[in-house]
Write a protein that binds this ligand. Structure first.
Ligand SMILES: Cc1ncc(C[n+]2csc(CCOP(=O)(O)OP(=O)(O)O)c2C)c(N)n1
Ligand code: SF4
Ligand SMILES: [Mg+2]
Length: 347
Protein backbone atom coordinates (compact mmCIF):
# COMPACT_ATOMS: atom_id res chain seq x y z
CA UNK A 1 0.00 0.00 0.00
CA UNK A 2 1.47 3.38 -0.94
CA UNK A 3 1.87 5.91 1.89
CA UNK A 4 0.05 9.27 1.60
CA UNK A 5 1.96 12.09 -0.08
CA UNK A 6 3.95 14.09 2.51
CA UNK A 7 2.34 17.42 3.52
CA UNK A 8 4.36 20.27 1.99
CA UNK A 9 6.25 22.33 4.52
CA UNK A 10 6.05 26.10 4.95
CA UNK A 11 2.81 26.61 3.09
CA UNK A 12 -0.26 28.39 4.39
CA UNK A 13 -3.85 27.13 4.60
CA UNK A 14 -4.36 27.52 0.83
CA UNK A 15 -1.10 25.71 0.05
CA UNK A 16 0.98 28.77 -0.94
CA UNK A 17 4.48 29.66 0.24
CA UNK A 18 5.62 33.09 1.45
CA UNK A 19 7.43 33.50 -1.91
CA UNK A 20 4.03 33.46 -3.66
CA UNK A 21 3.17 36.72 -1.86
CA UNK A 22 6.28 38.64 -2.92
CA UNK A 23 6.57 41.12 -5.79
CA UNK A 24 9.35 42.67 -7.85
CA UNK A 25 12.59 43.71 -6.10
CA UNK A 26 12.22 47.16 -4.52
CA UNK A 27 13.77 50.17 -6.23
CA UNK A 28 13.30 52.40 -3.16
CA UNK A 29 16.27 53.74 -1.14
CA UNK A 30 17.82 51.10 1.10
CA UNK A 31 16.33 51.45 4.59
CA UNK A 32 13.14 53.25 3.42
CA UNK A 33 10.27 52.64 5.87
CA UNK A 34 7.99 51.77 2.94
CA UNK A 35 9.95 48.53 2.34
CA UNK A 36 9.51 47.51 5.99
CA UNK A 37 5.74 47.94 5.56
CA UNK A 38 5.83 45.87 2.34
CA UNK A 39 7.42 42.98 4.30
CA UNK A 40 4.58 43.03 6.83
CA UNK A 41 1.93 43.19 4.08
CA UNK A 42 3.48 40.05 2.54
CA UNK A 43 3.50 38.32 5.94
CA UNK A 44 -0.07 39.29 6.83
CA UNK A 45 -1.56 38.13 3.49
CA UNK A 46 0.47 34.90 3.64
CA UNK A 47 -0.49 34.08 7.22
CA UNK A 48 -4.15 34.93 6.59
CA UNK A 49 -4.13 32.65 3.54
CA UNK A 50 -5.60 35.28 1.20
CA UNK A 51 -5.45 34.18 -2.45
CA UNK A 52 -3.11 36.78 -4.00
CA UNK A 53 -4.73 36.48 -7.41
CA UNK A 54 -8.03 37.64 -5.87
CA UNK A 55 -6.52 40.90 -4.65
CA UNK A 56 -6.63 44.37 -6.21
CA UNK A 57 -3.64 46.61 -5.37
CA UNK A 58 -4.35 50.29 -5.85
CA UNK A 59 -2.14 53.36 -5.51
CA UNK A 60 -1.52 56.94 -6.63
CA UNK A 61 1.86 58.61 -7.16
CA UNK A 62 4.86 58.75 -4.83
CA UNK A 63 7.58 56.43 -3.50
CA UNK A 64 4.88 54.87 -1.28
CA UNK A 65 2.58 54.43 -4.26
CA UNK A 66 5.29 52.41 -6.00
CA UNK A 67 5.24 49.78 -3.23
CA UNK A 68 2.33 47.64 -4.53
CA UNK A 69 4.79 46.51 -7.24
CA UNK A 70 6.86 44.89 -4.47
CA UNK A 71 4.19 42.55 -3.06
CA UNK A 72 1.62 40.03 -4.37
CA UNK A 73 2.94 39.82 -7.94
CA UNK A 74 -0.09 37.82 -9.14
CA UNK A 75 -2.65 40.36 -7.88
CA UNK A 76 -4.41 42.91 -10.12
CA UNK A 77 -2.76 46.33 -9.85
CA UNK A 78 -3.63 49.88 -10.82
CA UNK A 79 -1.30 52.84 -10.34
CA UNK A 80 -3.53 55.89 -10.76
CA UNK A 81 -3.07 59.64 -10.98
CA UNK A 82 -1.64 61.45 -7.91
CA UNK A 83 -4.27 61.54 -5.14
CA UNK A 84 -6.93 59.70 -7.15
CA UNK A 85 -6.52 56.18 -5.78
CA UNK A 86 -9.84 56.38 -3.86
CA UNK A 87 -11.90 56.75 -7.03
CA UNK A 88 -10.11 53.96 -8.89
CA UNK A 89 -10.44 51.68 -5.84
CA UNK A 90 -14.14 52.55 -5.49
CA UNK A 91 -14.72 51.67 -9.15
CA UNK A 92 -12.82 48.39 -8.90
CA UNK A 93 -14.72 47.27 -5.80
CA UNK A 94 -18.09 48.21 -7.26
CA UNK A 95 -17.28 46.25 -10.41
CA UNK A 96 -15.98 43.20 -8.57
CA UNK A 97 -17.12 42.88 -4.97
CA UNK A 98 -15.38 39.50 -4.61
CA UNK A 99 -11.88 41.04 -4.58
CA UNK A 100 -9.84 41.95 -1.52
CA UNK A 101 -8.63 45.48 -2.09
CA UNK A 102 -5.49 47.07 -0.66
CA UNK A 103 -4.49 50.64 -1.40
CA UNK A 104 -1.11 52.14 -0.56
CA UNK A 105 -0.77 55.90 -0.50
CA UNK A 106 1.56 58.58 0.82
CA UNK A 107 0.94 61.49 3.17
CA UNK A 108 1.22 63.83 0.17
CA UNK A 109 -0.97 61.63 -2.04
CA UNK A 110 -3.69 61.41 0.65
CA UNK A 111 -3.43 64.52 2.85
CA UNK A 112 -2.64 67.08 0.10
CA UNK A 113 -3.88 66.57 -3.47
CA UNK A 114 -6.08 63.55 -2.60
CA UNK A 115 -7.72 64.81 0.59
CA UNK A 116 -11.19 65.31 -0.92
CA UNK A 117 -11.18 61.86 -2.53
CA UNK A 118 -9.97 60.27 0.71
CA UNK A 119 -12.80 61.84 2.75
CA UNK A 120 -15.49 60.59 0.38
CA UNK A 121 -14.03 57.09 0.24
CA UNK A 122 -14.26 57.00 4.04
CA UNK A 123 -17.79 58.39 4.03
CA UNK A 124 -18.90 55.67 1.63
CA UNK A 125 -17.10 52.95 3.59
CA UNK A 126 -15.60 51.35 0.48
CA UNK A 127 -14.43 47.84 1.41
CA UNK A 128 -10.65 48.09 1.30
CA UNK A 129 -7.48 48.35 3.34
CA UNK A 130 -6.13 51.88 2.99
CA UNK A 131 -2.53 52.40 4.14
CA UNK A 132 -0.81 55.76 4.33
CA UNK A 133 2.97 55.37 4.48
CA UNK A 134 3.49 58.57 6.39
CA UNK A 135 6.95 60.17 6.27
CA UNK A 136 5.93 63.83 6.57
CA UNK A 137 7.48 64.72 3.21
CA UNK A 138 7.00 64.34 -0.53
CA UNK A 139 9.77 61.73 -0.88
CA UNK A 140 9.51 61.25 -4.65
CA UNK A 141 9.87 64.98 -5.42
CA UNK A 142 12.89 65.45 -3.14
CA UNK A 143 11.59 65.96 0.36
CA UNK A 144 9.32 69.05 0.61
CA UNK A 145 7.06 69.13 3.73
CA UNK A 146 3.74 67.36 3.35
CA UNK A 147 0.58 68.34 5.30
CA UNK A 148 1.29 65.68 7.97
CA UNK A 149 4.61 67.27 8.98
CA UNK A 150 4.46 68.39 12.60
CA UNK A 151 4.43 72.07 13.46
CA UNK A 152 7.98 73.15 14.34
CA UNK A 153 9.75 70.16 12.74
CA UNK A 154 12.58 71.10 10.38
CA UNK A 155 13.99 69.92 7.05
CA UNK A 156 17.69 69.05 6.75
CA UNK A 157 18.20 72.47 5.16
CA UNK A 158 16.91 74.08 8.39
CA UNK A 159 13.54 75.21 6.95
CA UNK A 160 10.96 75.00 9.76
CA UNK A 161 7.39 73.85 9.18
CA UNK A 162 5.10 76.58 10.47
CA UNK A 163 1.77 74.96 9.57
CA UNK A 164 -0.22 72.62 11.84
CA UNK A 165 -0.23 68.94 10.88
CA UNK A 166 -3.22 67.21 9.31
CA UNK A 167 -4.16 64.24 11.51
CA UNK A 168 -5.38 61.52 9.15
CA UNK A 169 -6.70 59.25 11.94
CA UNK A 170 -8.98 62.02 13.22
CA UNK A 171 -10.20 62.71 9.69
CA UNK A 172 -10.84 58.99 9.18
CA UNK A 173 -13.00 58.73 12.30
CA UNK A 174 -14.77 62.00 11.57
CA UNK A 175 -15.75 60.74 8.11
CA UNK A 176 -17.14 57.47 9.42
CA UNK A 177 -14.28 54.98 9.09
CA UNK A 178 -14.83 51.96 11.33
CA UNK A 179 -11.28 50.58 11.58
CA UNK A 180 -8.67 53.21 12.36
CA UNK A 181 -5.14 52.41 13.48
CA UNK A 182 -1.76 54.07 13.83
CA UNK A 183 1.48 52.15 13.66
CA UNK A 184 5.18 52.45 12.88
CA UNK A 185 7.24 50.74 10.16
CA UNK A 186 9.79 49.83 12.87
CA UNK A 187 7.21 47.88 14.91
CA UNK A 188 6.59 44.77 12.76
CA UNK A 189 4.75 42.76 15.42
CA UNK A 190 2.08 45.39 15.96
CA UNK A 191 1.85 46.27 12.28
CA UNK A 192 1.24 42.69 11.14
CA UNK A 193 -1.53 42.23 13.74
CA UNK A 194 -3.20 45.48 12.63
CA UNK A 195 -2.93 44.43 8.98
CA UNK A 196 -4.57 41.09 9.71
CA UNK A 197 -7.39 42.90 11.51
CA UNK A 198 -7.71 45.15 8.46
CA UNK A 199 -7.94 42.11 6.14
CA UNK A 200 -10.78 40.75 8.32
CA UNK A 201 -12.67 44.04 8.47
CA UNK A 202 -15.71 44.73 6.24
CA UNK A 203 -15.55 48.33 5.03
CA UNK A 204 -12.63 50.74 4.90
CA UNK A 205 -9.79 49.84 7.25
CA UNK A 206 -7.44 52.79 7.59
CA UNK A 207 -3.82 52.48 8.78
CA UNK A 208 -1.65 55.55 9.29
CA UNK A 209 1.86 54.09 9.45
CA UNK A 210 4.84 56.29 10.29
CA UNK A 211 7.36 55.29 7.64
CA UNK A 212 10.67 57.19 7.78
CA UNK A 213 12.17 58.60 4.57
CA UNK A 214 15.86 57.86 5.14
CA UNK A 215 16.95 60.19 2.35
CA UNK A 216 15.01 63.37 3.19
CA UNK A 217 13.46 63.15 6.67
CA UNK A 218 15.47 61.00 9.05
CA UNK A 219 17.56 63.66 10.77
CA UNK A 220 17.58 64.99 14.34
CA UNK A 221 15.04 67.78 13.90
CA UNK A 222 12.48 65.46 12.26
CA UNK A 223 9.50 63.96 14.10
CA UNK A 224 9.14 61.22 11.46
CA UNK A 225 12.61 59.67 11.83
CA UNK A 226 13.38 56.12 13.03
CA UNK A 227 15.11 57.47 16.13
CA UNK A 228 12.28 59.84 17.08
CA UNK A 229 9.61 57.19 16.56
CA UNK A 230 11.58 54.52 18.48
CA UNK A 231 12.17 56.87 21.40
CA UNK A 232 8.61 58.19 21.55
CA UNK A 233 6.42 55.25 20.55
CA UNK A 234 3.93 54.35 23.26
CA UNK A 235 1.58 51.42 22.75
CA UNK A 236 -2.12 51.92 23.41
CA UNK A 237 -2.40 48.17 24.07
CA UNK A 238 -0.73 44.89 23.11
CA UNK A 239 -2.50 43.32 20.13
CA UNK A 240 -3.14 39.64 19.44
CA UNK A 241 -5.00 38.66 16.30
CA UNK A 242 -6.68 35.26 16.20
CA UNK A 243 -7.87 34.40 12.67
CA UNK A 244 -11.22 32.66 12.18
CA UNK A 245 -9.47 29.46 11.11
CA UNK A 246 -7.52 29.13 14.39
CA UNK A 247 -9.21 27.89 17.59
CA UNK A 248 -9.60 30.74 20.09
CA UNK A 249 -8.45 28.65 23.05
CA UNK A 250 -4.94 28.40 21.59
CA UNK A 251 -4.19 32.00 22.62
CA UNK A 252 -3.93 32.64 26.35
CA UNK A 253 -5.66 35.63 27.82
CA UNK A 254 -6.48 37.37 31.06
CA UNK A 255 -10.17 38.36 30.97
CA UNK A 256 -9.98 41.38 33.29
CA UNK A 257 -7.08 42.88 31.38
CA UNK A 258 -8.21 42.22 27.81
CA UNK A 259 -10.75 43.77 25.46
CA UNK A 260 -12.02 41.39 22.81
CA UNK A 261 -13.31 42.48 19.39
CA UNK A 262 -15.10 39.93 17.24
CA UNK A 263 -14.83 40.64 13.52
CA UNK A 264 -17.55 39.71 11.05
CA UNK A 265 -15.52 36.86 9.52
CA UNK A 266 -15.25 35.24 12.99
CA UNK A 267 -11.68 36.41 13.68
CA UNK A 268 -10.89 38.01 17.04
CA UNK A 269 -8.71 40.93 18.02
CA UNK A 270 -7.51 40.83 21.61
CA UNK A 271 -6.24 44.06 23.09
CA UNK A 272 -4.25 43.62 26.29
CA UNK A 273 -4.35 46.60 28.61
CA UNK A 274 -1.13 48.52 29.22
CA UNK A 275 -0.92 51.95 30.90
CA UNK A 276 -4.30 53.29 29.78
CA UNK A 277 -7.78 51.97 30.23
CA UNK A 278 -8.82 52.47 26.62
CA UNK A 279 -11.93 51.27 24.83
CA UNK A 280 -11.46 51.38 21.02
CA UNK A 281 -15.21 50.88 20.49
CA UNK A 282 -15.94 54.36 21.88
CA UNK A 283 -15.90 56.80 18.93
CA UNK A 284 -16.04 59.98 21.02
CA UNK A 285 -13.21 58.70 23.26
CA UNK A 286 -11.13 57.93 20.17
CA UNK A 287 -11.54 61.47 18.82
CA UNK A 288 -10.75 62.85 22.26
CA UNK A 289 -7.62 60.75 22.53
CA UNK A 290 -6.39 61.90 19.11
CA UNK A 291 -7.01 65.53 20.07
CA UNK A 292 -5.09 65.03 23.31
CA UNK A 293 -2.17 63.34 21.48
CA UNK A 294 -2.00 66.19 19.00
CA UNK A 295 -1.71 68.71 21.81
CA UNK A 296 0.76 66.72 23.90
CA UNK A 297 2.98 65.63 20.98
CA UNK A 298 2.87 61.96 22.09
CA UNK A 299 3.29 59.15 19.56
CA UNK A 300 0.64 56.59 20.47
CA UNK A 301 0.18 53.52 18.28
CA UNK A 302 -2.47 50.81 18.19
CA UNK A 303 -6.09 50.27 17.23
CA UNK A 304 -7.65 53.68 17.83
CA UNK A 305 -11.23 52.90 16.79
CA UNK A 306 -13.11 49.82 15.67
CA UNK A 307 -16.73 49.03 14.88
CA UNK A 308 -16.95 45.75 12.98
CA UNK A 309 -20.74 45.89 12.60
CA UNK A 310 -21.19 48.86 10.24
CA UNK A 311 -22.43 48.19 6.70
CA UNK A 312 -19.98 48.76 3.87
CA UNK A 313 -20.86 50.54 0.61
CA UNK A 314 -21.66 47.31 -1.23
CA UNK A 315 -24.19 46.38 1.45
CA UNK A 316 -25.61 49.89 1.59
CA UNK A 317 -26.21 49.79 -2.17
CA UNK A 318 -27.73 46.32 -1.84
CA UNK A 319 -25.71 45.09 -4.82
CA UNK A 320 -26.40 41.62 -6.21
CA UNK A 321 -24.11 38.86 -4.92
CA UNK A 322 -22.67 38.16 -8.37
CA UNK A 323 -19.88 40.70 -9.12
CA UNK A 324 -21.14 43.22 -11.70
CA UNK A 325 -18.08 42.49 -13.82
CA UNK A 326 -19.31 38.91 -14.39
CA UNK A 327 -22.94 39.70 -15.22
CA UNK A 328 -23.97 39.25 -18.86
CA UNK A 329 -24.96 42.37 -20.77
CA UNK A 330 -28.59 41.21 -20.77
CA UNK A 331 -28.66 41.67 -16.99
CA UNK A 332 -26.57 44.83 -16.86
CA UNK A 333 -28.55 46.72 -19.52
CA UNK A 334 -32.31 46.61 -19.12
CA UNK A 335 -34.13 46.25 -22.45
CA UNK A 336 -36.55 48.85 -23.91
CA UNK A 337 -39.61 47.16 -22.28
CA UNK A 338 -38.10 47.57 -18.78
CA UNK A 339 -37.27 51.20 -19.46
CA UNK A 340 -40.80 51.82 -20.81
CA UNK A 341 -42.21 50.30 -17.64
CA UNK A 342 -40.07 52.56 -15.44
CA UNK A 343 -41.15 55.60 -17.48
CA UNK A 344 -44.83 54.62 -17.11
CA UNK A 345 -44.37 54.30 -13.32
CA UNK A 346 -43.01 57.83 -13.22
CA UNK A 347 -45.85 59.38 -15.18
C1 LIG B 1 -1.07 65.95 -10.45
C2 LIG B 1 0.32 65.84 -9.94
N1 LIG B 1 0.80 66.82 -9.13
C3 LIG B 1 2.06 66.73 -8.62
C4 LIG B 1 2.85 65.65 -8.93
C5 LIG B 1 4.27 65.58 -8.37
N2 LIG B 1 4.39 64.61 -7.28
C6 LIG B 1 4.75 63.35 -7.52
S1 LIG B 1 4.86 62.44 -6.14
C7 LIG B 1 4.41 63.77 -5.19
C8 LIG B 1 4.31 63.68 -3.69
C9 LIG B 1 4.61 62.34 -3.12
O1 LIG B 1 4.57 62.40 -1.72
P1 LIG B 1 3.87 61.29 -0.88
O2 LIG B 1 2.52 60.99 -1.36
O3 LIG B 1 3.99 61.68 0.55
O4 LIG B 1 4.75 59.98 -1.19
P2 LIG B 1 6.24 59.61 -0.77
O5 LIG B 1 7.04 59.82 -2.01
O6 LIG B 1 6.66 60.50 0.35
O7 LIG B 1 6.16 58.19 -0.37
C10 LIG B 1 4.19 64.90 -5.96
C11 LIG B 1 3.82 66.21 -5.42
C12 LIG B 1 2.30 64.65 -9.75
N3 LIG B 1 3.00 63.54 -10.05
N4 LIG B 1 1.05 64.77 -10.24
S1 SF4 C 1 13.20 59.19 -1.18
FE1 SF4 C 1 12.52 58.70 0.89
S2 SF4 C 1 10.46 57.88 0.63
FE2 SF4 C 1 11.47 57.80 -1.37
S3 SF4 C 1 12.38 55.76 -1.50
FE3 SF4 C 1 13.94 57.13 -0.70
S4 SF4 C 1 13.77 56.95 1.51
FE4 SF4 C 1 11.88 56.14 0.65
MG1 LIG D 1 5.40 61.13 1.95
Amino acid sequence: MSSPAPKPKNVNRIGLAMADYKGAPSTLCSGCGHDAITSQIIKAFYEMGVNPSHVAKMSGIGCSSKSPAYFLSTAYGFNGVHGRMPSTASGAMLANRSLTCIGVSGDGDTAAIGLGQFCHLLRRNIPMIYIVENNGVYGLTKGQFSPTADLGSALKSGVVNDLPAVDLCSIAIEFGCNYVARSFAGDPKQLVALLKGAISHRGTAFLDVISPCVTFNNHESSTKSYQWAKEHEELLHQIDFIPHFQPLETVEYDEGQTAEVEMRDGSHIRLRKLERDYNPADRAAALNLLQHIRESGEFLTGLVYVNPKAKDFIELLDLVDEPLAFLPESKLRPGPQVLDEIMREMM
